[in-house]
Design a protein around this ligand. Structure first.
Ligand code: HEC
Ligand code: HEC
Length: 227
């Protein structure tokens, strides 16, 4: 339910979404489980087979604090498990995906539905690549001592779950890129709204990345000038 709230707040979905309604797809047969394959955060286990995407999802899981900067699982993974916010094995993912294909099949061919959902997966992969690059830029600032670890952080690594408590503009931009723009990009794709995906998701992510890179360069210059 938190997902929906944020979705509205962020304007991920336009006010007037044409039929079928949310319930048609998300609560078929009055099923209140309301769980999706990718979930709200669009991370999952097992990691994707594609090597680049896999590396990008590892970076994102590190920034979510589910993996530590060395790549080992942390206590937050247990929170994710308990909260069931992400699918943690292939069977759980497939179960939700098949359920969704079943819903689409009431009105479309199964092939059409599968193709469309695969396009949503592709969008996540592309969005992840941009987000992971931005995370790495900021992680590099911590690594090189340009940014100091905030007291509230467990690691000297960007933490996507601190949300707006982030001490610096460059990280606030990263949170927006993650929670607002990546989300619009992939949810727009799953909801058959390419315009929304492109203009309010993907294009904003490109701008986020450019700004993060520029600010990172400025922070490095400032530090160099002080020495
Ligand atoms: C045509 C079917 C369809 C309709 C209608 C629909 N959705 Fe979705 N929704 C999907 C699909 C497909 C996904 C991605 C599923 C996946 O992860 O594979 C999704 C994902 C989501 C997600 C992100 C994943 C999560 O679990 O949080 C949210 C939030 C969401 N939908 C909310 C809504 C809301 C709110 C409405 C009504 C305004 C709505 N959806 C209408 C099909 C639909
Ligand atoms: C209750 C019937 C219904 C269900 C269920 C449904 N759709 Fe649709 N879908 C439609 C109708 C009707 C249209 C065309 C009218 C429109 O654009 O609103 C449409 C349009 C689409 C389009 C746009 C096609 C185009 O060429 O622009 C896509 C993509 C799509 N649906 C995918 C899905 C997927 C994926 C699911 C399952 C997650 C799904 N639909 C579930 C009725 C449904």
């Amino acid at each position: 339910m938190r997902g929906r709230y944020l979705l509205k707040q962020n304007g991920v979905l336009p006010e007037t979404t044409a039929a079928p309604t949310c319930q048609t797809c998300h609560m078929p047969d009055g099923d209140h489980e309301n769980r999706t394959a990718w979930g709200f955060l669009a991370v999952r286990l097992p990691l994707p087979e594609d090597p680049q995407w896999k590396a990008d999802q590892v970076t994102i899981l590190q920034a979510l604090g589910v993996l530590d900067p060395a790549g080992n699982p942390t206590g937050r993974l247990d929170v994710v498990k308990a909260g069931q916010v992400a699918r943690l094995d292939q069977e759980s993912f497939d179960k939700e995906r098949n359920k969704m294909v079943g819903v689409c099949s009431d009105c479309h061919s199964e092939n059409f539905a599968k193709k469309h959902l695969a396009a949503g997966d592709d969008m996540i992969r592309e969005a992840d690549h941009l987000l992971a690059e931005a995370i790495r830029v900021i992680a590099g600032l911590y690594q090189d001592g340009i940014l100091e670890k905030p007291a509230s952080y467990t690691y000297a690594f960007p933490d996507l779950l601190t949300f707006h408590d982030a001490p610096r503009v460059i990280e606030q931009r990263l949170f927006e890129m993650h929670l607002k723009h990546r989300m619009r990009a992939f949810q727009g794709a799953f909801h058959a709204n390419p315009d929304y995906t492109n203009w309010y998701g993907w294009s904003e992510m490109l701008r986020d990345l450019t700004e993060i890179k520029e600010r990172a360069a400025e922070l490095r210059e400032k530090k160099a000038a002080k020495q």
